[in-house]
Write a protein of this length. Structure first.
Length: 377
């Protein structure tokens, strides 16, 4: 039987302890990096915006700017989605990790997984995924996340804002980080997350919902007749050929910001001359639409904006019409919670004369003090 001196005993004990610690460390790391699948109906996932929940395990992200957010533990997170690939279109998703903007993901056809973040420190993180493209590009079906662990979400923002508008509200033409203007599809520069509405909402510590369609107007559209905003507003998909109607009780805003009129005054593609919109028809369509908003949201404050891209006589006329519309709502409809705001600058240096990214910031700069005062926020 071997005989150990005291020093040998101590040496062997330390060796055994070192091996034990290595094994424990290995097992802990293995556990920390294990990945599980969390389906879309997991209660830890928060959803906001125009989303079709007919199948809770495959919710369809429809509208521009709709978003989901989750708190997770681990060093990576992967999202599983299926792009509708409507008419061959591709969507974009904006990713925000721990409050830091990380850019856009360009989706491809079919069911795919996309790495949202990896090589993180093995701790708690938050991820926000926002649909950068609008409803007309097609939906994105969200299937779930692959990560180590989902955590209960902290309480969300209590304030809520809805932005109703056209391509400007959608964030069209502002993001040139991947593809320059006029070098690919018209929607490749979409980024609703960076548009003035979501920017304002984040500054005002509010949730946002975008009800917006490129080219749409109040009484007529950019290049002719077709479904206008009052005709598509009740649809989850913002179109007239869908059976899915939006449930206005799902998201009840404190503030509704309406930014329509640019396309009503547009010359379209200039192939066919267009007269200025008829004042009586435009004003009546706007008033009727405001009545619809009021019926859906009896307590909301409503602010009607002039066009941030129009100037000259057209801008003057739109402002004149808005004065008439707001005056009618205040007096004839006894609705003092309807007001208007007119931009002091023109913002049109993005693709196809839309506001660029910096101009969306400037639009938000103009609006922020007005909305704070209006809402006492």
């Amino acid at each position: 039987m071997p005989v150990f001196y005291q020093g040998d005993k101590m040496k062997n004990a330390l060796t055994f302890l070192s091996i034990l610690l290595l094994i424990t460390h290995f097992n802990c790391n293995r556990e920390s990096m294990s990945v599980k699948f969390f389906p879309a109906d997991n209660s830890c996932i928060q959803y906001t915006g125009r989303i079709d929940f007919f199948d809770p395990q495959k919710p369809k992200l429809v509208g521009a700017g709709c978003y989901l957010q989750v708190r997770f533990q681990g060093n990576s997170i992967v999202i599983l989605i299926q792009d509708e690939h409507l008419y061959g279109n591709r969507n974009y998703l904006t990713v925000v990790l721990d409050g830091e903007y990380r850019g856009r993901i360009r989706t491809v056809k079919g069911q795919n997984s996309y790495v949202l973040a990896d090589s993180l420190d093995n701790s708690d993180h938050t991820i926000l995924v926002c649909k950068a493209t609008e409803a007309a590009i097609g939906y994105v079906e969200f299937l779930g996340f692959n990560c180590h662990k989902l955590l209960p979400a902290p309480p969300g923002e209590q304030r809520k804002i809805e932005f109703i508008g056209n391509s400007i509200t959608c964030g069209t033409g502002l993001d040139l980080s991947g593809i320059p203007c006029d070098s690919a599809e018209w929607y490749d520069q979409h980024n609703a997350y960076l548009a003035f509405g979501p920017l304002l909402a984040r500054r005002l510590k509010a949730q946002w919902l975008l009800s917006s369609v490129s080219g749409i107007g109040m009484e007529r559209n950019w290049n002719g007749i077709g479904p206008t905003m009052p005709q598509v507003y009740r649809s989850t998909y913002l179109q007239t050929n869908s059976i899915w109607t939006w449930d206005f009780s799902v998201y009840i805003p404190d503030l509704v910001v309406v930014s329509l009129g640019t396309n009503d005054f547009s010359d379209g593609d200039s192939q066919v001359p267009r007269a200025l919109p008829d004042s009586a028809r435009f004003c009546q369509a706007y008033i009727d639409f405001l009545k619809t908003i009021r019926a859906n949201y009896p307590r909301a404050v409503i602010c009607c904006l002039s066009s941030p891209v129009m100037q000259g006589e057209k801008s003057r006329l739109l402002q004149q019409y808005l004065n008439t519309i707001v005056g009618n709502m205040n007096k004839n409809e006894n609705d003092p919670k309807v007001s208007s705001f007119f931009f002091s600058h023109v913002y049109n240096h993005g693709c196809n004369s839309h506001p660029d990214r910096q101009e969306h910031v400037q639009i938000a700069d103009e609006l922020e003090p007005v909305l704070r005062q209006l809402m006492q926020w």
